[in-house]
Design a protein around this ligand. Structure first.
Ligand code: CA
Length: 277
């Protein structure tokens, strides 16, 4: 079956959730479904793979257009109009990703990020911030707090969908050749790859999913310079023309977590970063 066919089938399935497709009398597949496909488990799995996005945005027009475009792509979208009700929704729904406006009534986006990242049950939910012009400082603070990405307003809904997909893609655990991947060790830095655990000179340090991927890549390629473009592509899954300050911010955060081993991440001026073996 071609991708295009699958896309249109998925679309039909999305619609069918809202308005059930009438089944012909006497059984058989509902209108629009190939007979063989209707009977396979594929139907069930397609309807169940919807990833859930919580959109916290007080601007009704923006919320509406984003919700429409994300649902069109097959995401299940829930919305909140305030920071405090957004926080409740995260705790209640455990979404796969949060799209978060920064200026919100009730509680602002940065405070919300701080609370979510501090709580072990919500710390790993990826956050993509929606930021307005003139919120440069807030954006950097947000990334420092552990947000995974930001999108500047005004944005195209298509850009938002692509970023959301990229963030979700890199959150998924990579297929592993064996159950147990070997640990990585460089100097006093020990990374348990299977368990997603970092130890610095024996002390356990929590990492976000993005920090883990970044550190793992630097350790696997220790001694070799990685350009910002390479890191954006390999860690974030982006093409190279996206703002490379994202990389710098995450490196800064990672260095802080490495503590006494921080200077192992060397800045190669004008190029990128290298982990000193
Ligand atoms: Ca707002």
């Amino acid at each position: 079956m071609k991708t295009k066919d699958l896309d249109s089938l998925a679309q039909t399935l999305v619609q069918s959730v809202e308005s059930p497709i009438p089944r012909p009398s006497g059984g058989g597949s509902p209108q629009g479904f190939p007979q063989d496909l209707w009977k396979t488990p594929c139907y069930a799995s397609l309807t169940m793979t919807h990833e859930r996005i919580l959109l916290i945005e007080d601007e009704p027009d923006i919320a509406e257009v984003l919700q429409y475009n994300l649902e069109k792509e097959g995401f299940a979208v829930e919305t909140a109009r305030r920071g405090d009700s957004g926080l409740e929704a995260v705790r209640r729904e455990a979404p796969d990703l949060i799209l978060l406006d920064l200026m919100l009534p009730g509680m602002d986006g940065l405070e919300l990020t701080r609370l979510l990242k501090r709580d072990g049950t919500t710390a790993r939910v990826p956050i993509v911030m929606l930021t307005a012009r003139g919120e440069e400082v807030d954006r950097i603070v947000g990334l420092e707090l552990g947000a995974d990405d930001y999108i500047s307003k005004p944005f195209s809904p298509r850009e938002v969908v692509l970023r959301v997909k990229a963030v979700l893609r890199r959150k998924k655990p990579e297929p592993t050749p064996s159950d147990r991947e070997p640990d990585l060790a460089v100097g006093g830095i020990q990374l348990d790859v299977a368990g997603h655990q970092l130890r610095i000179r024996g002390e356990e340090i929590p990492l976000t999913a993005t920090e883990f991927r970044l550190l793992r890549l630097l350790m696997e390629r220790a001694g070799r310079v990685q350009t910002r473009g390479q890191l954006l592509t390999d860690v974030w899954g982006y093409a190279e023309d996206i703002d490379s300050r994202t990389v710098d911010t995450h490196i800064r955060r990672l260095r802080r977590k490495l503590g006494p081993e921080a200077d192992r991440i060397e800045t190669v001026i004008g190029v990128g970063y290298r982990l000193r073996p």
